[in-house]
Design a protein around this ligand. Structure first.
Ligand code: PSU
Ligand code: MN
Length: 300
């Protein structure tokens, strides 16, 4: 692994660092805006007083923290494939470029000693998983990776109830940020409630500290931060595009790791950019909150 000097220095000094995923940049947001947004996400982490570490694979080597050239290559180079944990070694062997999913990012972050991680949405159990068995490796990876993922829940393209059940089975704690409702990415409320919530970054850091003391720190935690109210997607538009997108994916026989990027792209096109604005708003808010939590955790 190559740890960026600024990140290495912060980790050595016990200062706040926030890991950021790269699949959202390469496969989750449209070009060319994705490069600017990737920089803004890093800036949000900095505005909270933490150091951003965007994680990706370049020439087969995992990078913890990217310089601007590397960020550029992942965002606009077209060389990076979507990489989950099981593919890191294969990509290393052929010296390829990869954009890491939540699972792969969490794995590499934990190895580098980074605990707090920000993203937009977590992967989960896909609709129809009873037949397809399509469940994101994000869930099983979190069951054995000691990170706190700050996200806006999971998208309604997934089976949210089943995803929450799986998180329970896998011992991954789910905490709402100033809410007792599990968010659904573009919408603040998925209709599912939560048993636990915190009101401040300090309280989230206290959970991390307690878990370190009690030995439950082998599992991941999800901190669910709902999209800011003013950025929510119109619910009717959301429901219509969701139904059409799921039908389009089925008609086009899309499956496996292509499903999530396909549906994201469908949303972007069919909402004429409204879903991208919502996506950007929530990911910037998550990056900032993750920065605040990392600062509180480093100082506690
Ligand atoms: N959900 C989103 N946006 C994304 C992703 C998920 O709202 O960009 C990406 C993340 O990188 C996540 C991955 O880890 O998709 C999950 O893909 P899969 O369902 O193939 O595991
Ligand atoms: Mn899948």
């Amino acid at each position: 692994m190559r740890i960026h000097p600024e990140v290495a220095e912060a980790l050595d000094a016990g200062r706040a660092v926030v890991a950021l995923e790269s699949t959202i940049i390469s496969h989750g947001l449209p070009r060319p805006d994705n490069l600017r947004i990737a920089r803004e996400i890093e800036q949000s982490v900095r505005s909270a007083g933490a150091v951003p570490a965007t994680i990706a694979i370049l020439d087969g080597q995992p990078h913890i923290g990217l310089d601007d050239d590397a960020l550029h290559r992942i965002a606009t180079g077209g060389t990076a494939i979507k990489v989950s944990v099981r593919e890191i070694a294969m990509l290393a062997a052929v010296a390829g470029d990869g954009a890491t999913t939540v699972a792969a990012t969490a794995h590499l972050a934990a190895r580098a000693g980074i605990t707090v991680f920000a993203t937009g949405g977590l992967g989960g159990v896909h609709r129809g998983a009873r037949d397809s068995y399509d469940e994101s490796a994000d869930l099983t990876t979190l069951s054995r990776t000691p990170v706190l993922v700050v996200c806006s829940g999971v998208k309604s393209i997934l089976d949210i109830g089943a995803t929450l059940e799986r998180l329970e089975t896998l011992s991954v704690g789910v905490i709402g940020y100033r809410t007792d409702r599990f968010p659904a990415f573009y919408l603040a409320d998925s209709g599912f409630s939560l048993d636990w919530w915190v009101q401040t970054p300090k309280q989230a850091a206290a959970v991390l500290r307690a878990r370190d003391r009690l030995g439950t720190d082998r599992f991941g935690l999800v901190l669910a931060n709902p999209i800011p109210a003013e950025a929510e997607l119109d619910r009717e538009l959301h429901d219509r595009v969701l139904a059409d997108g799921l039908a389009a994916a089925q008609a086009a026989d899309v499956h496996g790791k292509d499903v999530t990027p396909f549906l994201l792209d469908y949303f972007h096109r069919e909402t004429h950019g409204a879903s991208v604005s919502a996506n950007v708003a929530l990911v910037l808010a998550n990056a900032r909150l993750a920065g605040e939590i990392a600062v509180a955790y480093a100082g506690s």
